[in-house]
Design a protein around this ligand. Structure first.
Ligand code: OSB
Ligand code: MG
Length: 370
């Protein structure tokens, strides 16, 4: 496949409601869309970075820089027999995993389309539907949180994740459990706590949570192993797991019992699949995380989540849970009867780009040719 042209778009899409976590409040999602043109087709990817280095150390500006000055020049005008040979061109770059993942996504979409197969099949996926849930941000009050969750349950989501933060932890879990004693419930702290909070975290054992996501430091693995020994509830790592090596350390130390896999965080599908496969070999279930993506990345997420060990419900929700209007056709929706999302069966990411809508949300555009 010959890489003829690459286009970057900085996009800004308004969320249907503010998304608050222990890291701050988001009103908009600003990501970078990557389009790779090759032999009459286009592959699409999304760099799931944020404007500020809060969830990850990358920013919109660092990603734009690394893409335009290093990754894109390494690919332009070259001909690649397969995905790995293209990835090898920029494998020397350290870090910048979200930037790399957006390009790997666009390349994988292009290769799958050139073969005429769905991305799911290209990545080794085996399922037609993947179990999904919803990630609910911090709300103004516990009562409001209960109401917001009620609306998502009505929409068909059978797994609810709530964000917690210091001072907004046990009280929220108590309120939600009282209102909904039997739902699959899990919490995500985004690294807001320390080992000094162990007594409160131990109390969470009383609420039948599916898991506690990333309670401690964003780059910690060791202290999570100390905490996990004190808890009955499974710890799930998100931020701490960048690659297969981190996964091996975390499982060897007993730092977690589940892993949230996001291709943006791991530097792309290839590393994500290595983590998935290793976890499968160790009997550790994984699930697919989310970064409030547009439909472009969502198509990739659903495809990746169709691999067999993504057995827990993912943070993969319908387009309308995030945006009034998505930039793909058709938009993503869920199957209410079983809280799943259907894996598209058209070639590549399996959805078309809504160019009119994409143009509306584009803040800045750049085109690169050999
Ligand atoms: O920690 O899982 C997280 C969104 C942005 C950054 C980090 C996280 C999240 C979410 C949203 O929880 C998941 C989604 O896309 O629905
Ligand atoms: Mg998380």
């Amino acid at each position: 496949m010959k890489i003829e042209n690459i286009e970057l778009r900085h996009t800004k899409m308004e969320l249907v409601s503010p998304f608050e976590t222990s890291l701050g409040v988001e009103l908009y999602e600003e990501h970078i869309m990557v389009r790779i043109d090759s032999e009459g087709l286009s592959g699409w990817g999304e760099v799931v970075v944020e404007p500020s280095p809060s969830y990850s150390s990358e920013t919109l500006t660092t990603a734009w820089h690394v893409l335009s000055d290093f990754i894109i020049p390494s690919l332009l005008g070259k001909n690649f027999p397969g995905l790995q040979s293209a990835l090898n061109q920029f494998a020397w770059i350290r870090g910048h995993r979200m930037a790399r993942a957006g390009v790997e996504a666009a390349l994988a979409d292009a290769f799958a389309k050139s073969k005429g197969i769905p991305l799911s099949q290209f990545l080794g996926g085996t399922r037609k539907r993947v179990p999904v849930g919803v990630s609910v941000g911090l709300q103004a009050s516990p009562e409001k949180l209960v109401d917001v969750i009620g609306a998502y349950l009505d929409d068909g989501y059978k797994r609810i994740k709530i964000k917690i933060a210091p001072g907004r932890d046990i009280t929220l879990v108590q309120a939600v459990r009282k209102a909904y004693p039997h739902i699959i419930l899990q919490v995500d702290a985004n690294s807001a706590f320390t080992l000094e909070d162990a007594p409160m975290l131990k109390e969470l054992d009383n609420y039948n949570l599916q898991l506690i996501e990333q309670p401690l430091g964003y780059d910690d693995i060791f202290e999570h192993s100390i905490l996990q020994k004190q808890l009955k509830t499974a710890i799930c790592l998100d931020e701490s797991i960048r690659n297969l090596s981190d996964t091996k350390v975390a499982l060897a130390l007993g730092s977690c019992k589940n892993i949230n896999i996001k291709p943006g965080r791991t530097g792309g599908y290839t590393e994500a699949i290595k983590i998935h496969d290793y976890c499968a070999s160790m009997g550790i279930p994984v699930w697919h995380g989310g970064m409030d993506e547009s439909g472009i990345a969502r198509g990739g997420n659903v495809a990746l989540a169709s691999l067999p060990n993504f057995s827990l419900h993912g943070d993969i929700s319908a387009s309308k849970r995030y945006y009034k209007k998505d930039i793909v056709i058709p938009e993503f929706s869920i199957n209410k009867e079983d809280s799943t999302m259907s894996v598209p069966d058209k070639p590549g990411i399996g959805v078309d780009i809504d160019f009119k809508e994409l143009e509306k949300v584009t803040v800045k555009k750049a085109s690169f040719s050999p």
